[in-house]
Ligand binder design. Structure first.
Ligand code: NAP
Ligand code: MG
Length: 497
């Protein structure tokens, strides 16, 4: 019997009002049912928002260092449970154990960072233009935050949002991806064990349209933090924009690694294999384009193909496995359809391009690591996010041409350049138009205490991570204290006409 899960609303584990449920399966073996989850609707969202709104009135008054103490305990519990949480995550979404351990670690780092921020949350004191008057700008909580997350970092991404939101004094209604509700449930359990009070955190399981959109359009949700696809991000932005809500969107990417003729090719090779095929290419920062200088193009490609076809596919819990499955049937179909498009538009398939037939992989959504060469900058596989193990190789003659191609997409999340020349590196840092740039490292590998996010259609100008995310989750309040005992009129009493 598969385990039955519930929503957590108003301090209690509860079923949906409608009683509807959905099953979630292991993408490496679809016979393995992870659990049966509530398929919630508007009435469940309404209940959760009421709970979060009531809890806000108390939580906002808890001193930020105390909120931080709870988040420190969250980190401690995650440390103790790291292995168990990582195993559950691999079983639920397929990426290999080393990667899900990293995913939990990112949550731990985020918890400790947030805990320490509880004793900072710095404001500003600024001199007044008038005598006997004191000016300061302080940070205050906002209200109820709607948190909508994807499945590819099922622990790290929710923690990036929930921990700073709570530390800043907001309460939460959390809708995780339908592909990773068990991991999300574990995160809520950790928060409760650490002492987050009743009503402060609420989780509502269910579909994007039923639960996600009802969170977005709920009049009593003050801010939305969303990570996911650009198309859903746009819908959220339209709805929430009309209601004048504060919205943070972290969306798609089409990231490129550029390898110059003076690069350390061994290093660049390790980088692109990790960047393109780690998490089966299902990272927002995944390397999906490889831009090679013509002088090293052929030799590098030969090295790359040899290593890519040798990558071991399988269940991420098994030792030695390097690449897990796609998340679900739809995602694998999308990957196959892009491979078909690549062939049709004239790119050369030099590795993969098919579903593996080895025994042991029949019941998972596996797809072979795939490489296309002779990709032109205007091919769809060079422009559109595929979100799978497909790498498009483009040949260039110069740094300027490489940067131009790298920038020629609607997205702007991550980027990478391999070069031994410091002048080339600094020109690339200046000219590449993405939110994140790596020098001599792959496009993936964010650290929790640094700003994370992208430009163009990758987002709407906010940043997660580091100190920047606290800007999103708190409001500035500007305070003037006049201790002169008289009326002092700014701009009027202190300057002569
Ligand atoms: P998605 O389909 O956009 O889903 C993301 C979340 O939104 C899920 O919880 C989903 O629920 C929900 N959702 C779907 N439709 C909705 C709607 N109409 N209104 C409100 N919520 C809705 O994205 P995904 O396939 O899970 O994730 C892959 C995408 O995320 C890629 O584009 C990737 O680049 C992006 N991503 C970006 C970052 C970043 O930081 N920039 C990080 C990771 C991933 P269901 O699961 O129930 O459908
Ligand atoms: Mg699943």
């Amino acid at each position: 019997m598969a385990k039955k899960f519930q929503n957590f609303i108003n301090g209690k584990w509860v079923d949906t009002k409608s009683g509807r449920t959905f099953a979630n399966r292991n993408p490496a073996n679809w016979d393995d049912i992870i659990g049966i989850f509530p398929k919630s609707g508007k009435e469940d969202v309404d209940e959760a928002v009421r709970s979060a709104r009531a809890a806000f009135e108390k939580w906002r008054l808890v001193p930020a260092p105390k909120r931080g103490d709870i988040l420190r305990r969250v980190g401690d519990i995650m440390v103790a449970r790291k292995e168990e949480l990582a195993r559950q995550m691999t079983q639920e979404m397929g990426k290999v154990l080393a990667e899900t351990q990293g995913d939990v670690q990112e949550g731990i780092d985020t918890a400790y960072y947030a805990a320490s921020e509880g004793r900072r949350l710095f404001g500003h004191t600024v001199p007044s233009e008038l005598p006997n008057k004191f000016n300061m700008a302080i940070r205050v909580p906002i209200g109820v935050a709607g948190i909508v997350t994807p499945w590819n970092f099922p622990m790290a991404i929710p923690t990036w949002k929930i921990f700073p939101a709570l530390l800043s004094g907001n309460t939460i209604v959390f809708k995780p991806a339908s592909d990773t509700p068990a991991t999300a449930t574990s995160l809520v359990e950790v928060l409760l064990e650490a002492g987050v009070p009743e009503g402060v955190v609420n989780i509502v399981h269910g579909g994007g349209g039923d639960v996600g959109m009802n969170i977005v359009r709920h009049p009593d949700i003050d801010l939305i933090s969303f990570t996911g696809s650009t198309s859903v991000g746009r819908q959220i932005s339209e709805t929430a924009g009309g209601m004048l809500k504060r919205v943070s969107l972290e969306l798609g990417g089409k990231n490129a690694q550029l390898v110059m003729d003076d690069a350390d090719l061994g290093l660049a090779l390790d980088g692109v294999l990790w960047g393109a095929f780690g998490t089966t290419g299902q990272r927002c920062t995944a390397t999906s384009r490889l831009i090679l200088h013509e002088k090293i193009h052929d030799v590098f490609l030969e090295m790359l193909i040899k290593r890519a076809v040798a990558l071991k596919l399988g269940d991420g819990l098994k030792a030695g496995v390097e690449v897990g499955p796609c998340i679900n049937e739809n995602q694998r179909k999308t990957v196959q359809s892009y491979v078909d498009v690549g062939l049709k538009q004239g790119a050369q398939l030099v590795a993969g391009g098919e579903i593996p037939t080895e025994s042991g992989l029949e019941k998972g959504w596996f797809y072979k690591p795939t490489i296309f060469t002779d990709v032109k900058a205007n091919h769809r596989i060079a422009k559109e996010e595929i979100f799978g193990p497909v790498l498009s190789v483009i040949r260039i003659k110069s740094l300027d041409e490489g940067v131009k191609i790298l920038n020629d997409t609607i997205y702007g999340l991550s980027s990478s350049i391999y070069t031994a020349d410091v002048n080339t590196a600094f020109r690339a840092i200046r000219d590449i138009n993405t939110g994140i740039t790596y020098i001599n490292a792959p496009t993936i590998g964010a650290e929790a205490h640094m700003p994370f996010g992208g430009v163009k259609q990758t987002g709407n100008g906010h940043r997660e991570g580091g100190w920047t995310v606290f800007e999103f989750f708190s409001e500035w309040k500007t305070v003037y204290i006049d201790y002169s005992g008289g009326l002092q009129r700014a701009q009027i009493d202190n300057y002569e006409n």
